[in-house]
Design a protein around this ligand. Structure first.
Ligand code: AMP
Ligand code: GLY
Length: 417
């Protein structure tokens, strides 16, 4: 099969790395890809959000199957457009990807189907939102309704902070249309766990649990990032918690989307908080998480192509998906300054040495005059598998040691907090 993966970060490198191992995949393409992805797939210079150009390219090149990985093209209906052009595609259609694209939609869905989540109200006008914040007091959480590059959430410790956040979103247009509506919700407490799950519209198969590390600096300090590292599985996700999540959250979510005429085919990302009152949904995403994907797919023993096709064809219940014992750790090496401004084009050394003991997924890299250089905030994800979590963490850090570029920054406590 000729397969096209849409996207160009660390997550897409992990997906391409895994698909390249499938005997079913004869030719692999990635749009736009990056310098690491180019080692396992042919990179195609089409922007991930350019639905029309992507469909045209897939048609011209007789692509048999498309895997759409990032949130924006899913929300823009790239899967709908591919299928309309007769090209089978993995990922939710726009009417199901809305569980990520609109927080108000997903909160309404959870409320209607009694899926545990934080208490909330949603607002389209500033004054009642301010009034509600004053009434509820702090801590309180303010969220922009739409996609905001992971930055549309403010966990406010004071009423003033919450008021400032809601004004920035609704009056100052900080996130454009994404912030013209907001959700204001109860601040929950407890460990956070991510569960990614394959879904074919009717059946759901959770992958091993994982944990992201969103803050830029050690001890969960500093600004939020796309994710500075991930481990899988999460030690907090016990079999008892898993059983409750399946019964109270995963199965009801799939059933709810089906009942609403929005069957979900793809990967559902459950961002969960294990509160004193049981597991609750923090957020849904409509795709693999990045960098959770890099850790989780490192543990997959089955053929990813079989799974993607089964999700698309509604036959997930026929598959026996196997996972490695042990654990995985993905350590992100970022550009100095990230998530603020940072330099690009800095030469990276030590990649071959690191690649002997770990898989080095490229997130933001490019090739310049035969040399791999930095080209993004998150640059690399050094990913190692070990017999247990400590072993995986040690191997990831040890493997990353030879890698260098100017102002390289990473957390020293991935999997330890
Ligand atoms: P989100 O983009 O919705 O995942 O939110 C980003 C982060 O904000 C989450 O990973 C949580 O750490 C935090 N957060 C979001 N909603 C809540 C909530 N209701 N209570 C406490 N923390 C939250
Ligand atoms: N790692 C968080 C996300 O992909 O949304």
């Amino acid at each position: 099969m000729k397969v096209l993966v849409v996207g160009g970060g660390g997550r897409e490198h992990a997906i391409c790395w895994k698909l390249a191992q499938s005997p079913k995949v004869s030719q692999l393409f990635c749009a736009p890809g990056n310098a690491g992805i180019a080692q396992v797939a042919s990179c195609v210079p089409v922007k991930a959000t350019d639905v029309e150009a992507m469909v045209a390219w897939a048609k011209e090149n007789a692509i048999d199957f498309v895997m759409v990985a990032p949130d924006d093209p899913l929300a823009l209906g790239m899967v709908d457009a591919m299928e309309a052009a007769g090209i089978p595609a993995f990922g939710p259609r726009a009417n199901a990807a809305i569980i990520e694209a609109s927080k108000i939609f997903s909160k309404h869905l959870m409320e209607q189907y009694h899926i545990p989540t934080a208490q909330y109200r949603d607002f389209t006008e500033l004054a009642p939102a301010e009034e509600y914040i004053r009434q509820q007091g702090a801590p309180i959480v303010v969220k922009a309704d739409g996609l905001a590059l992971g930055k549309g959430v403010v966990v406010a410790q004071t009423v003033d902070e919450a008021l400032a956040a809601v004004r920035e979103m609704m009056a100052d247009g900080k996130f454009g249309a994404s912030g013209s509506k907001v959700v204001i919700e109860e601040c929950m407490t407890g460990p956070e766990v991510t569960v990614l799950a394959f879904c074919d519209g009717k059946h759901i198969v959770p992958m091993p649990s994982s944990q992201d590390h969103k803050r830029a600096y050690d001890n969960n300090q500093g600004p939020n990032t796309g994710g500075m590292g991930a481990i899988s599985p999460s030690p907090n996700y016990t079999p008892e918690v898993a059983r409750r999540c399946m019964e109270e959250i995963f199965l009801p979510t799939v059933a709810a989307l089906q009942a609403e005429g929005r069957p979900f085919q793809g990967v559902i990302y459950f961002g969960l908080m294990l509160t004193p009152n049981g597991p609750k949904v923090v957020e849904y995403n409509a795709r693999f998480g990045d960098p959770e994907c890099q850790a989780v797919l490192s543990l997959l023993d089955s053929d990813l192509m079989d799974i993607l096709m089964a999700c698309r064809n509604g036959t997930l219940d026929h598959l026996d998906i196997r996972w490695k014992d042990g654990a995985a750790c993905c350590l992100v090496l970022a550009s100095g300054g990230y998530p603020g401004s940072y330099a690009k084009g800095l030469p990276i050394t030590g990649l071959d040495e690191a690649g002997k003991t770990a898989v080095v997924f490229h997130a933001g890299t490019a090739e310049k005059d035969g040399q791999i250089v930095t080209n993004g905030g998150r640059v690399l994800g050094v990913t190692a598998v070990g017999c247990d979590l400590n072993d995986a963490i040690d191997r990831a850090y040890e493997s990353a040691r030879p890698i260098q570029f100017d102002a390289m920054h990473f957390r020293t406590d991935i999997g330890r907090v």
